[in-house]
Design a protein. Structure first.
Length: 717
């Protein structure tokens, strides 16, 4: 526990407080408690640990990723790596970037990877004294100390030893339980933490910026704050987190095993409502359990006290409303009445379902259905409602230590917390509209970007730990893609998104679109350390934007900080690409974020500055581009005039509105320039990227429509 005197904003004044840093014993959770220096009252409590259990939407949880009637995951995720015949000194057998996890490929050896960013780790990954020669032969060094915490007590723990040659040759067999490959998991965790350190160093997360190092080599900032990375942490499952204290104090990353539960609800009768229903499970569910029987409404309906209709419930499935008491109380009430299973009905319309927490296991399977499905089921209670609940566990467990995307995500919390507001002020990302989860997802995506990727490809987060294929949806409501039919997020969606994960996912979607705009402009650079190419420029803008934005930022603040970064670093050379990306998702020129403490008071805008040329790219196919019934053949150079009937006095000649075109190619405008009704399009021949360029004539404007351009260019080697 450490303390310091700080001023804390309070309404229209500031209060002198003692800031007390606390790390909870056995849990690794970090918090700041602000105590009024005069009265001794607690003014505020702030959690410094970002919990990433990824419950983004209440209908999609870590315990219910395999939908009813689906087959169990195939064994394609379980790739056993063959041990190499020879292993050079300074080698690590890992899942090297840009692989995200074992479901994309096997382990392979990387040799002295710190030489790719020698300025970031000038004495290698096992140094702490700033002199030639390793101080440690285990997975410990200047940037991270990776060890196990299977006991979940944050004390001690083993680290694999590579010997004098630093040969970390530990084979992982993912067909086995994680405990059998602990050393290989720790090695991968050590590797990926160091990769995050070295790569982001090149983009500005240096000693002076508050990065994580024991020895800062006289380059500024405070040392003695390497990442404490706990592998296969035994505290909980299906989670990962990162605690970020101020510069000079050690952060902690906790990585957990992921247990895959298949949770099913099948209604057997009556026939008009029969079939599978989407559900979430409970932390206290007994594994490999099934209950089939008639469904009876509990009395009282919330199950918060002893059930008065125990005779009716006995031997049947209890239907209980979500309410004021805990899930454990409800299910225990049902167990006491002799129920064989429990269906909890959510009490929030439109909220879907959520994983039910509690320490167990209890004796009977329990699931939650949405409010709407609950209404459907309740209407059939007098018609012989009969259902089957099934709880199964997919074995073996998966290990988040092998998922580089999740490691990058967690490390990203440390970056965004240290850079926003400065490394001595790590409580700037507490407001409701803050985008911390979005930056973390973005780092995850950037470290798995590969040659051959397309902007429209689906990119899920955490596909491995969920036993998804690499192309699976992962742990977010939508995979990341520039295709609006695959990921339809716009700024308005934060009003109904989960906090913080849903809000962050909308932000990352915008950053991902921006990245592809820049890749289209500059091409793709496969060397992630190079800071060049469209992907490198995008990463630089995001990192510099984190430094420039204010404390407690909202979306408009974040967008403006990136535009400012482009002005400072690149002389505003990319402002139009940035504007188009954000405007495409509703964060255009006229967008307003309202209060950063609210996610429901923002205003969308699809406008871009008048100085940005209205140039948009369409797929070049064997078909022709059709606009308002006028066909423009591919490869033509002719100018086509199209009249559009309009009545919109607010739209003036010279105004700009972002086009949002559709994959269907047949584009229907909603309005045109007031008074003229004239649209000029010029179709040019397809270029090397396979794109047809459509340009607006001077002083004309293009109408807003419903979907995005399906950009077909891909990353080339």
């Amino acid at each position: 526990m450490t303390t310091r005197l700080v001023y804390l904003p309070s309404d229209s004044s500031i209060v002198l407080t003692w800031e007390v840093f606390i790390e909870e014993v056995n849990h690794g959770h970090m918090m700041l408690v602000y105590i009024n220096a005069e009265s001794g009252d607690v003014q505020k409590t702030t959690s410094l640990t970002n919990e990433c259990d990824f419950n983004l939407t209440t209908s999609q949880t870590c315990h219910n990723q395999i939908k009813s009637k689906e087959k169990l995951p195939s064994s394609t995720n379980h790739i056993k790596s063959d041990q190499p015949a020879t292993f050079a000194p300074n080698s690590y057998l890992v899942y090297p970037i840009p692989l995200e996890a074992p479901n994309e490929g096997p382990q392979s050896a990387v040799v002295a990877p710190w030489t790719l960013a020698v300025d970031a780790s000038p004495f290698g990954w096992h140094d702490t004294n700033g002199a030639v020669g390793a101080e440690f032969t285990i997975t410990r060094g200047n940037n991270v100390w990776a060890k196990d915490d299977v006991d979940g007590n944050d004390i001690g723990g083993s680290s694999p030893n590579g010997g004098a040659n630093l040969d970390f040759n530990f084979v992982v067999d993912t067909s086995m339980q994680p405990a059998t490959y602990l050393n290989g998991a720790i090695t991968n965790l050590f590797y990926m933490n160091n990769i995050m350190h070295d790569v982001t160093y090149k983009y500005g997360f240096t000693e002076a910026a508050g990065n994580f190092q024991v020895n800062n080599y006289g380059k500024g900032g405070f040392g003695n704050d390497e990442v404490l990375a706990d592998a296969q942490d035994g505290t909980i499952t299906n989670n990962a987190n990162f605690g970020t204290p101020i510069d000079g104090m050690q952060p902690r990353m906790q990585m957990f095993r992921w247990t895959q539960d298949v949770v099913l609800l099948d209604v057997n009768a009556p026939g008009n409502v029969a079939g599978p229903y989407p559900v979430s499970g409970a932390n206290f569910n007994p594994m490999n359990s099934t209950a089939t029987g008639d469904v009876v409404q509990a009395q009282p309906v919330d199950g918060c006290s002893s059930l008065t209709n125990g005779i009716d419930i006995n031997g049947k499935i209890a239907l209980i409303d979500r309410g004021t008491c805990s899930f454990l109380v409800k299910v225990n009430s049902a167990i006491a009445a002799g129920a064989t299973g429990v269906i909890i009905v959510n009490n929030i319309p439109g909220a879907g379902t959520t994983t039910m927490g509690g320490i167990g296991p209890l004796a009977i399977p329990s699931v939650m259905v949405s409010y709407e499905d609950g209404v459907t089921l309740k209407a059939q209670l007098n018609n012989g409602l009969n259902a089957t609940l099934t709880i199964m566990r997919v074995v073996p467990d998966t290990d988040s230590d092998l998922d580089n995307g999740i490691i990058a995500h967690e490390y990203g919390h440390g970056i965004s917390n240290r850079l926003t507001g400065g490394p001595g002020n790590i409580s700037c990302l507490e407001n409701l509209e803050q985008m911390g989860e979005g930056w973390s997802d973005y780092f995850s995506l950037m470290f798995q970007l590969k040659p051959g990727d397309l902007p429209t490809d689906p990119n899920g987060i955490g596909t491995y730990v969920l036993n998804n294929s690499p192309q699976g949806d992962g742990i977010r409501a939508f995979p990341y893609s520039t295709d609006l039919t695959m990921n339809p997020f716009t700024y308005n969606d934060i009003a109904g998104a989960g906090i913080p994960h849903g809000v962050g996912s909308v932000w990352c979607t915008m950053l991902w679109d921006m990245t592809w705009n820049l890749i289209e402009k500059y091409g793709y650079e496969p060397d992630i350390y190079a800071t060049t190419g469209g992907n490198g420029i995008a990463m630089k803008l995001v990192m510099e934007g984190l430094k420039l934005q204010p404390c407690t930022p909202g979306f408009v603040d974040g967008r403006n900080a990136i535009l400012k970064a482009d002005t400072i670093v690149f002389a505003a050379a990319n402002s139009c690409e940035i504007w188009r990306a954000f405007a495409r998702r509703g964060l255009g020129l006229g967008a307003s974020q309202g209060q950063d403490t609210s996610v429901v008071d923002g205003t969308e805008s699809y406008a871009i500055p008048a100085g940005c040329p209205a140039e948009f790219l369409f797929p070049c196919t064997e078909e022709s581009l059709t606009y308002s019934g006028v066909t423009i053949p591919d490869g033509t150079d002719e100018r086509v005039n199209t009249s559009v009937a309009i009545d919109n006095s607010d739209v003036q000649t010279g105004d700009m509105v972002t086009i949002r075109a559709g994959q269907e190619i047949n584009i229907q405008p909603t309005f045109e320039v007031a008074g003229s009704g004239l649209l000029l399009l010029e179709a040019k021949p397809c270029d090397d990227s396979g794109l047809l360029t459509a340009k607006m004539a001077p002083n004309q404007k293009m109408a807003m429509i419903q979907k995005s351009v399906n950009r077909q260019n891909k990353i080339e080697r």
